[in-house]
Structure formats: C-alpha cells, structure tokens
Design a protein around this ligand. Structure first.
Ligand code: FES
Length: 626
C-alpha cells in the first residue's frame, strides 16, 4: 500500500501499520508529544482520498472530523491514501534555534576566583630517539621522560599503547602528550599529538535538553566561547517529555534509536563548528555534557527504565569519565567526556550545573533556583545547605496537553494583553506572522489577564456572558484569542486548558513551599530567585505572581539566568576546581521525594486557585484584583 502526500512524497505502508509509524519509518516526522499513544492530539493529518480504519478520534473536534482530519497514530489505511500534513503537525527538528550568546563567559569564569585549568592537560615532550645503545621500550622511554618531569604513576590504556609506536615515530619523538588528571582522577594518558598542526586546544560543552541541544565550542587556553550551535533534540520524534522517552527506550530497539538521535544532533553541530573554524579532531581535547538524569543515561546508551518505576532509582549519578568514542562523538575517540553528575532520578546534571552557574552554593543568602521546562525542578539553599525536589508539572508549558498549545517557536502567541473595557485581546506572535498556537509565556499572560479582567474566576472557571469571546466548544467553555476562518482552526484556551495550567503552577508553588517548610523557612527568607530553562528569558514575573506560580516577593529578587545547564557545562569544562565544586554540590544536595510528603498534597490543593486559597500569601496580587 502507498501513502501519498500532497507535498509529493510517497511512503510505503505495511499491513496493519498506522500512518504515524509509516511516516516515521520514512523519515517524515509529526509533532507527537505522547509518542504515538493517541493521547496528545498533535499528530493531525487530513485524509484527501482513500479509505481508513480509525481506532480513535481522541481530542479532535467535530469540525476537524468533518474536515477529514484524523490522528495519524490512530489511523490505519485500507488501501492507498492521499494525505495532507498541516504545517503545525510537521516536526522539523533539524532547524537551528537562535541561541542568545551568553554574556562574557570567560569573564564570568574569572569571577569564581579560579583560573583556566581543564582536567585535560597537555605536556610537550622531546624524547631521545631509540638507538641500539638506548634500547628501552617505547613505553619505558615515555615513562622515563615523565619521571624527569616529576609525573609518576600515569596509567596507559590498551588503546593508547596500541597507537604508541606509530605515534612516536610519526612525530619524530617530538610531540605533546594529552592526558587527564584531576582530584579523584588518576593521571591517564589519552593520546599523543605532533607539535605541528594539532596544537591548538579546544573543548566542547553540551547541554542535552529534552527539547533542545546546545553546543559551545570553547578555546581551552583563554576560555573564549568561539562559536555556538543548537538544534531541537531529534528524540522529540518519539515524544515530548522524559516519561514518553523512557517508555520508548524500553520498547524494542528504542534506546538505541534515542541515543543515535541525540548523538547525531550533537555531531552535526560539532562537525559544522569544527569545519567553520578549521579545527581538527586532534585539537578537541575534551567534552562536557549536562542534562537531566534520563538524557544523561540515554546519551551513554544506559537503560533509563528504572527511573520511572518506584522507588525511582537511576543506574548511576556520578558518571565515570568515559571517552568520546564510547559515546560515538565525532571528536577524537580518546578525548574524555565529563558528565555533570546527577542528584536523583528527577534532579539531574542540568540542575547541578544550574546551581553552579548561580553561585548560590557559595553565598550565605538563601536562594531559590528553579528550572521550568517539561518538568519543574527546584533547589533551595546557600553555602551551608542545599535541598532539591522535582515536581511533576506536566509538559503543558511546552504546549502538550493544551488544545492550541505549542512550543515557543515562530507562530506561537507569546504575550497577551486584554482590554479592560472591551475584553478584546491584543496578541503578539513570535516571528510576527499569523498565530498557530500559544506557548508557555503566552499561557501565563493569557490566564492572568483573563483573571484580572474577570473572564475567569479564582477557580479558573469561565464567567459566562462576560464577553462574546467566550463560547461553548466541544470540550466545554473556551475563550477565542484568534479567529481563523480560512483554516477553521481558531486559537482558543479551553476551561480544561486553564485547569491543566493551574494544576501545573500549583505543583511548582507547592513544591517550593514544601521544600522551604522542610528547612523551617517561609517565602520571606528567600533573598534571590534564579529562574532558568525555556522560560529563563521571557517570563513576565508580575503575571506569573498573579497566577500564583511564583512567590509574591519583591520583583528585584528575581534573576533570569537563561540556559544555566550550558553555563555549568562550560564552567566544568574549563576548571578542575569548578568540576570538583559541581561534585560537592551533588553530594551536599538533599533530595526530597515530594510524593511522600502529605504536606505537599495539602499545599497543592491550596494552590489550585488563582492565585491561591490563602490570599495573604499574595498581597501584591490581592491589591490588583478588582
Ligand atoms: S495523539 Fe498521535 S502522537 Fe499523540
């Protein structure tokens, strides 16, 4: 059977196969937040011609069904088909993403009071050539030279020794030894490089996010970020959030597929950065990766299955310094790859890197760090103690589970203002074109504006009759932000969406309160709030406070940090001392599992209102509500 697309592509489809699987097999990817389980409603395609067997319509509206829209993952062809993939359903993960160049990171590194001191070092060696009279073995000759420089006990892997005879003679006994040495890491030779042609020193810092992959090419001598590359994490073809990815990893061949996807993403960026700057692989000494626990496991090809099953135990938190070749990175296969350690199954290296990047572990003031992405991770503490927890917010702020939700890319409504008199919304769209959906920051704006203008009440229920923009949709009441007559797809927020978002913000706020209560503090004690993650650059604090998502403390205490995972990876790449500091943060951080705290449930229930049941916790918001 054949699946023909209006874009002229033709895909073979096997007996009993659904459209989503057939397209995926052919390298055509659809937005599939739930990984093809029929739950997210994102993999919509239009049947133009042919017969189908539909297992479920899921969340599709009547209008969509009448327009022959189906869920690709729930639809099997009965013969040849002609289909159309709407623009918003196509997943183009290879797209480059604009990444703001972080402030002067070399200067920021200096502010830690540490020098540039990577764990990977280089030592120039000029060995006397072997002769009949000086006839010790190659390895003994190398050892003798190291002894003379006071370096004892270096280890030599089989791979290193296997290359030794050739490398020494090729370099005419005059070369650099690249080796790794650090606190808790015994000196080990990595490779030999000739003095000419391979003597510049670079490193790669990588942030493996659930949604995006970011790579910094770093000069290991002066700390300069030479160039930056980024892309969407291609694992999104198999689902949006970590749980869906874990499920996929545990299905036949899924782990390999996910590992290959992310390694290919990283290699594509690394290759283009190296080509652009004319860098050879022998000039890339080391790499550092930072990601959540699931991403770190998958990157190394480790089964993440136990992360999602009680008692939620990862295979490991502290990763040995494995080699680039083991990860199949396109740098020198012998170059060591440092993985920022993880704290627990749901608090990973990205959070440790984040804490390191904020310096909160060095300062006496009590600070709160939060990374809001597909999950909400929180850390609280100072230079004496650190506590952390993860709250399951669900991926709604990334667009999943929200009727017109989407990630913050071109076409997403990112901010909303509602006119007090007319209740007419004024929207701003990323990229300035027609809106295709609404992203996380747009949702926060929209709900707080609807609340401020009396369109929804404190429980998030629509106040019917308040404005003509409230209408009865197939899933209950909805507010229309944009009417699209042509595509018959209006951009709305439904009452169920609002409920979803309130649940997510309640989980985050309850997590913060529970962590603080655990150490006997209240919100007033928090002197700084560091916000990282996808929201790290453009959340509107006042509106998030009005929603009850962020604590009602003075605005000046909030600091937007952007992508702290990559900043932490950069710091660990360049400084042995900061790598050690990251490990100390990990060991010092007490992880609490919120689900076993009764008080978390109580806090959660109280936070299921706008902004909260207890208005005394939100005095600023109370003053704004009419
Ligand atoms: S409904 Fe098809 S991928 Fe989620």
């Amino acid at each position: 059977m054949e699946l023909r697309l209006t874009s002229d592509e033709v895909v073979k489809i096997k007996e009993g196969e659904d459209i989503y699987t057939a397209l995926k097999r052919a390298g055509i990817y659809l937005t599939a937040s739930c990984g093809g389980k029929g739950a997210c409603g994102k993999c919509r395609v239009r049947i133009i011609d042919g017969k189908t067997e539909i297992k479920s319509y899921g969340k599709l509206t009547h209008i969509e069904r009448e327009s022959n829209i189906v869920l690709a993952c729930q639809t099997l062809p009965n013969g040849d088909l002609l289909i159309e993939i709407p623009k918003e359903s196509r997943l183009v993960v290879g797209d480059k993403i604009a990444v703001a160049r972080t402030k002067d990171l070399a200067g920021y590194l200096k502010s830690y009071g540490v020098g540039i001191n990577p764990t990977v070092k280089r030592l120039p060696l000029n060995l006397p050539p072997a002769t009949i009279t000086d006839n010790i073995s190659d390895l003994d000759r190398l050892r003798r030279a190291l002894d003379e420089q006071g370096i004892k006990g270096m280890r030599f892997s089989h791979e290193f020794v296997a290359e030794l005879a050739d490398a020494l003679r090729r370099a005419d006994w005059n070369m650099e030894l690249v080796y790794v040495e650090g606190q808790g890491i015994p000196a080990e030779a990595i490779f030999l490089t000739p003095l000419e042609g391979c003597n510049r020193r670079y490193g790669i810092a990588v942030d493996i996010g659930t949604t995006t992959v970011v790579v910094y090419l770093v000069n290991l001598v002066n700390g300069e970020v030479v160039d930056i590359g980024s892309t969407y994490n291609s694992q999104m073809r198999h689902g949006d959030d970590v749980i869906t990815r874990i499920v996929h990893a545990t299905e036949g061949g899924g782990l390999n597929e996910l590992q290959e996807a992310v390694v290919k993403d990283i290699n594509t960026i690394v290759d283009s950065l190296m080509e652009r700057h004319d860098i050879k692989s022998c000039e890339v000494d080391a790499a550092t990766v930072s990601g959540n626990t699931t991403m770190s496991h998958i990157f190394w090809g480790l089964d993440p299955g136990s992360i999602r099953e009680e008692p939620y135990i990862p295979t490991l938190n502290f990763f040995p310094m494995w080699r680039g070749g083991t990860a199949r990175l396109s740098i020198n296969p012998q170059s060591p790859v440092y993985t920022v350690p993880c704290v627990a199954s749901y608090v990973g290296g990205d959070i440790v890197a984040g804490v390191l990047a904020t310096k909160m572990h060095r300062n006496p003031e009590v600070a709160l760090f939060m990374d809001i992405g597909t999950n909400g991770e929180i850390a609280i503490g100072n230079n004496e103690w650190l506590m952390t927890a993860a709250c399951s917010m669900g991926p709604c702020f990334e667009g999943s589970g929200i009727r017109c939700g989407m990630r913050a890319t071109a076409g997403a409504i990112e901010s909303v203002k509602i006119d007090t008199e007319t209740c007419e919304p004024e929207i701003s769209v990323i990229g300035g074109g027609l809106p295709m959906g609404i992203c996380g920051s747009g949702m926060i704006d929209a709900i707080s504006e609807m609340f401020l203008n009396g369109i929804i009440d404190r429980k998030g229920k629509f106040v019917k009759g308040k404005t003509g923009r409230i209408r009865e949709g197939e899933e209950g009441a909805e507010f229309v932000f944009y009417k699209d007559e042509r595509r018959r797809k209006d951009i709305v927020l439904t009452e169920a969406d609002v409920e979803n978002i309130i649940r997510a913000k309640a989980a985050l706020y309850a997590g913060i309160k529970t962590l603080l209560a655990e150490v006997g503090f209240t919100m007033d004690a928090v002197e700084k709030v560091y916000i990282a993650g996808g929201f790290g650059n453009y959340i509107n604090v006042e509106k998030a406070i009005l929603l009850g998502m962020l604590p009602d403390i003075p605005k000046e205490r909030f600091v937007f940090m952007g992508n702290t995972s990559i900043t932490g990876a950069y710091l660990c790449l360049l400084s042995e001392e900061l790598r050690k500091e990251a490990e100390d943060i990990t060991s010092k951080m007490t992880y609490i599992e919120l689900s076993v705290y009764r008080s978390f449930m109580d806090e959660y229930m109280s936070a299921l209102f706008l902004p909260h049941t207890d208005m005394s916790q939100f005095p600023t918001a109370a003053g704004m509500i009419k």
